[in-house]
Design a binder for this molecule. Structure first.
Ligand code: LCS
Length: 393
């Protein structure tokens, strides 16, 4: 069945499926490291790319293929490349598309390790990078150098919730002919599809909303065309950051409920954001579904909904934030995000602690910032939990 024209929710159930010999209603788990060739000629043809056939799971595997096709359908792309983690996806992209002497422009408040690995490790190979507030496209123009080859954005950014205008930045990148990459982890393709705006590559930490159950670490890259896929895939294979087939199965299973999970966590998030915005101990709330978000209109234009991630600043700064986190009971004090369970964390001491304080504050990650990933629990229970923890502050 051609699934390309199905509605998004139908794709979640049917894309990537294939008929096995027993008529399995789910994608079977091919838990094997290697595949038998029918003959020497068949093996040779598989290696030459002239025969349908699998070789070795680091290169390809039917269960992983199924996930890759499913994500390509969801993102309206050419093909997916599954990786062992979101950082596996980040490193595949950096390594495959940048070379010595190249320069990359990126969102200032990008996920900490995506920046750290570039500044600490890729710099050793002569790759330069500049971090700007990409929520103002003019900052990108100002950062362009003759050797700029890539624009790498995260929107909404983790954890400032700053939004980058997909249409506007693609226009700049096209004028200057650099590759565009979007980290779509905070939205999932249910809420936002960067390839539809002309981006070349979109990727996710699959660990988050896509898998949705806090039990897998993984990543996925989707390219808009074969040329990018042909450049990225050998890098993933040769770096060895492939996914395991059992993980791929679990993610396919989790993806079936993506739409209903996103809808419920987003409904909860809207109510929680309003509760926080009115709370006397909260200095401000950044949530794309609140009119107070400086880019509310842009978010409404390019995102199908405001999502389930909220950032807020406690009036008492670091101490107040820590007291809040020490007192939540239902909401888990844990990093990661995008699961069915509500997770709360403190970026300055956790996800972004490896950034120096000055750079962190320059991109809006203040000491009192709290990041909240809203789950699908009963919203009244979440609000009661936050309220009792706020009382302790
Ligand atoms: N991109 C974003 C936006 C992320 O939030 C993360 C992980 C990654 C990439 C990397 O993915 P991973 O390798 O972990 O699958 N974010 C985390 C966070 O906010 N807390 O813990 C991990």
């Amino acid at each position: 069945m051609d699934t390309k024209d199905l509605g998004f929710d139908s794709k979640l159930i049917h894309s990537g499926m294939f008929d096995d010999q027993f008529g399995s209603a789910t994608v079977p788990i091919y838990q094997t490291s290697t595949f038998k060739f029918r003959s020497a000629d068949h093996g040779a043809a598989c290696f030459a790319g002239d025969a349908d056939g699998y070789i070795y799971t680091r290169l390809n595997n039917p269960t992983i293929d199924s996930l890759e096709k499913l994500l390509a359908d969801l993102e309206n792309g050419y093909r997916g490349i599954a990786t062992s983690s979101g950082m596996g996806a980040v490193n595949t992209i950096y390594s495959a598309l940048l070379k010595q002497g190249d320069h990359m422009i990126s969102t200032a408040a990008v996920y900490g390790p995506s920046r750290v690995v570039m500044e600490k490790h890729y710099s050793k190979f002569g790759i330069e990078s500049t971090y700007v507030e990409t929520n103002d496209p003019e900052n990108i123009r100002k950062a362009i150098r003759p050797n700029t080859r890539m624009l790498y954005i995260e929107t909404p950014a983790n954890p400032t919730m700053a939004i980058t205008d997909l249409e506007a930045v693609v226009k700049i990148a096209r004028e200057h002919k650099f590759v565009t990459v979007a980290d779509n982890t905070f939205c999932s393709p249910y809420l936002q599809k960067p390839l539809d705006y002309g981006f070349d590559i979109v990727f996710h930490s699959i660990t988050k909303f896509l898998n949705g159950h806090a039990d897998i670490v993984g990543g996925i890259i989707v390219s808009k065309n074969k040329v990018f896929d042909d450049t990225l895939r050998p890098m993933m294979i040769n770096m060895g950051c492939n996914m395991d087939p059992h993980q791929a199965y679990m993610i396919i299973r989790g993806l079936k409920t993506l739409a209903i999970r996103m809808d419920r966590s987003q409904e909860n998030a809207i109510q929680i954001a309003r509760f926080l915005a009115e709370h006397p101990k909260v200095a401000w709330v950044k949530y794309p579904g609140l009119l107070s978000h400086p880019q509310y209109d842009l978010a409404s234009k390019q995102m199908r909904g405001p999502g389930a991630m909220i950032s807020f600043e406690m009036k008492g700064g670091l101490a107040a934030g820590k007291t809040l986190m020490d007192n939540v009971k239902l909401c888990m004090l844990a990093v990661s995000l995008g699961g069915v369970e509500s997770l709360i964390q403190h970026p300055a001491s956790m996800t972004h602690s490896k950034m120096d304080k000055e750079a962190r504050e320059r991109c809006g990650i203040t000491d009192g910032l709290v990041r909240f990933s809203v789950g699908i629990e009963d919203v009244n229970d979440i609000i009661s939990d936050l309220a009792q923890a706020m009382d302790k502050v």
